[in-house]
Ligand binder design. Structure first.
Ligand code: NAD
Length: 282
């Protein structure tokens, strides 16, 4: 039996934004190691498709429509899942969007959507689920989606980058809160390097300023050319979670490089500087 099966088999997992990309990859992998997966997404159609695929391949899954930018929907999700299943062993706060454009050109609605989904979706996922997890007793895992962008900067991806810095800080503080409260809940920061997903698809950028699609397409092409296979990356995440790691990354070299660059920048109190490879994408 693998460590993932040992830790997770027979339990219930909840994944947000699981109708595509990394959330879907997590849902598939958690089902494959024997969990019942609640596949949630803002798109009911996408969530149902992923849940049906899991069931068709012999796993256990159910779909629910949840918009993580609405705290009340996360409260409803937690209540519904705990009433039905009694316990949740794994919560993956995954839903997130990229937003491209100059800060001053991005409409208010897109700024708010980015921060509400990427930051508040994770905060309120934890706020809604942790009280139930504490009550159920036993070990549980919360995985929050950060990024290697949590340690760097990228102009015109400002709202996304700042949201990922916030998520990393949030997960570190939450980890320490669990320690302080002597709670058996493992908090993990999931740090994808680059996995092949639909995050840079043109229709994921509705509401971005005109002209953003050029950068979006360049990012999408780079992701398709150099990104890691989704299922391979998600298998790596689930294994590292089962090993109770805090740093749960897909491409450790990319994480190390980003962190080392950040340390050097801070130690030398450098001015922000755009790397040549990044400039080529803009
Ligand atoms: N793909 C990568 O290489 C990469 C790198 C670093 C971080 N991440 C992070 O991984 C997470 C998933 O990204 P992805 O690349 O799989 O994206 P994706 O666009 O492929 O999938 C995101 C899913 O989230 C859903 N979603 C969007 N808004 C939502 C909302 N308000 N409520 C609920 N669901 C919503 C979408 O419908 C979609 O199914 C994000 O937090 C992202 O920042 C991804």
């Amino acid at each position: 039996m693998s460590i993932e099966e040992e830790k997770f088999s027979g339990g219930v997992a909840v994944v947000t934004g699981a109708g595509a990309g990394i959330g879907m990859g997590f849902a598939r992998r958690l089902a494959a190691v024997g969990m019942t997966v609640v596949v949630t997404d803002v798109s009911g159609e996408r969530a149902e498709k992923v849940a049906a695929e899991i069931r068709d391949s012999g796993g256990k899954a159910e779909a629910m429509v949840v918009d993580v930018s609405q705290p009340a929907e996360l409260d409803r999700l937690a209540k519904t899942v705990f009433e039905k299943h009694g316990a949740v062993r794994v919560l993956v706060n995954n839903a997130g969007i990229e937003t491209i454009g100059y800060t001053w050109e991005i409409p208010v609605e897109r700024w708010e959507a980015t921060l509400n989904i990427n930051i508040h979706g994770i905060v309120h996922g934890c706020r809604a689920f942790v009280p139930y997890m504490l009550k159920q007793g036993g070990e549980a895992w919360i995985a929050n989606l950060a990024s290697i962008g949590s340690f760097g900067t990228m102009p015109t991806q400002t709202s996304y980058i700042m949201s990922k810095h916030a998520v990393q800080a949030f997960s570190e503080c939450l980890y320490l809160e669990m320690e302080l409260a002597e709670a058996p809940i493992h908090v993990c920061s999931v740090i994808p390097g680059m996995l092949k997903t639909s995050i840079f698809d043109v229709d994921a950028g509705k509401g971005e300023p005109e002209g953003s699609d050029r950068h979006r397409k360049a990012m999408r092409d780079m992701m398709q050319a150099y990104g890691m296979d989704l299922d391979e990356g998600c298998a790596e995440f689930v294994r590292k979670m089962a090993e109770n790691r805090f740093w749960v990354d897909s491409q450790p070299d990319m994480t190390r490089e980003a962190v080392e660059r950040r340390i050097q920048y801070m130690q030398n109190q450098e001015r922000p500087e755009l790397a040549e490879q990044a400039r080529a994408l803009l």
